[in-house]
Design a protein around this ligand. Structure first.
Ligand SMILES: C[S@@+](CC[C@H](N)C(=O)[O-])C[C@H]1O[C@@H](n2cnc3c(N)ncnc32)[C@H](O)[C@@H]1O
Length: 223
């Protein structure tokens, strides 16, 4: 999505309301089982990596007001659209950070997130773009560090090439175990939605209307 959305106009007020800098991520604290941020106390922290234009996360925040929702995406125009949505709905539990996920994730405290979603990450199948692929075993280890005991990392994709790539990354992974008895993922979205909050994004709708099979990977921590 980098560079594809242009000229998003956004007010300073909207930015102040829900855009946070990379440095500000360090201020998200966990004490006991509560999350503290900007003088507010939340029950949980949920992170969406590759949050795009915020369709998923703003709905998550709306339906889960006691959860602090943090979206990370490096595409500024996508982030601005997400920020506008959060501002228009006055979701003070929904924050977006415009940054590379690899750098931003390192700034979160250890064992602080209940769920980390990676929804429809860009697959970058070409060899010359290999370094841009996000869902590597190394990145999944980083996510493990920020997940609470019994936290989960959820990856959702319909891309056939990326499904194989993700399976390959998971082949020897030790820190997680599959949440589902049948393996790392399921393809039945109804079953997934009964177990985890899920809200449709443009990418999800596009995949469904194209008749694609969406995989819902759920990685359970072994802490
Ligand atoms: C296919 S879009 C999906 C957006 C959203 N999750 C959805 O379902 O609508 C992928 C998003 O991942 C973001 N992205 C890709 N690599 C990233 C990285 N390393 N760090 C942060 N964002 C990244 C892109 O900017 C883009 O917004």
């Amino acid at each position: 999505m980098k560079g594809r959305l242009r000229n998003v106009k956004i007010t300073e007020e909207a930015k102040n309301f829900s855009l946070i800098s990379k440095e500000k991520i360090k201020d998200i604290r966990i004490e006991g089982d509560k999350i503290y941020f900007e003088e507010k106390i939340f029950d949980d922290l949920v992170v969406e990596i590759c949050s795009g234009t915020g369709d998923f996360l703003t709905q998550y925040a709306f339906f889960n007001p006691e959860t602090l929702c943090l979206g990370i995406d490096y595409a500024e125009n996508a982030i601005f659209r997400a920020v506008k949505k959060a501002y228009q709905k006055q979701l003070d539990n929904c924050k977006f950070c415009c940054n590379d996920a690899n750098a931003a994730i390192d700034l979160l405290k250890l064992d602080c997130a209940t769920l980390v979603y990676i929804n429809f990450p860009d697959p970058w199948p070409k060899r010359r773009h290999e370094k841009r692929r996000l869902v590597t075993d190394k990145f999944l280890y980083k996510i493990y560090n920020i997940l609470k005991k019994s936290g989960k990392c959820i990856i959702i994709t319909d891309n056939e090439w990326y499904k194989d790539f993700i399976d390959y990354q998971l082949r020897d992974i030790k820190l997680y175990r599959p949440y589902y008895s049948q393996g790392w993922f399921i393809t039945d979205n109804q079953t997934f939605c009964e177990q985890f909050p899920f809200y449709e994004s443009g990418y999800f709708k596009k995949a469904i209307s194209a008749g694609a099979t969406v995989r819902f990977y759920v990685l359970d921590t072994q802490k």
